[in-house]
Write a protein that binds this ligand. Structure first.
Ligand code: SF4
Ligand code: SF4
Length: 112
């Protein structure tokens, strides 16, 4: 789940320069985070989200609350993709499994 900028933001612009992915945008003076680009700083040299760490307000930049399992699967898929180096790991697994399963069915099919 990406970070988001709240109404407590005082537009100090500190977070703009520290985001490693360029996810923080300013439109009409309003700061916002592009959730497609925000990686929560995972995979960068930083160990904590830089926008939150540098923000001078208490809650100007917070993690978006979201569905627990959605977040869990997002993390799981990210780790899996890193380990296997394949984004479509489960799709390939399902295709291979289906193919092998139908081969076995054909092999053991009773001829009437
Ligand atoms: S969590 Fe990291 S990647 Fe996401 S907006 Fe903040 S600084 Fe950028
Ligand atoms: S660091 Fe915090 S207060 Fe400053 S622009 Fe970013 S979100 Fe707003």
């Amino acid at each position: 789940m990406a970070y988001k900028i709240t109404s407590q933001c005082i537009s100090c612009k500190l977070c703009l320069s520290v985001c490693p992915t360029g996810a923080i945008k300013v439109v009409d003076g309003i700061h916002w985070i592009d959730s497609e680009l925000c990686t929560n700083c995972v995979g960068s040299i930083h160990t904590v989200p830089q926008c939150k760490a540098g923000c001078p307000t208490a809650h100007g930049c917070v993690k978006q609350s979201g569905d627990y399992w959605e977040g869990w699967f997002a993390n799981y898929n990210r780790v899996l993709a890193k380990l296997t180096n394949k984004q479509d790991y489960w799709e390939r697994w399902r295709n291979t499994y289906s193919q092998k399963f139908s081969e076995q069915l054909q092999k053991h099919q009773v001829v009437i």
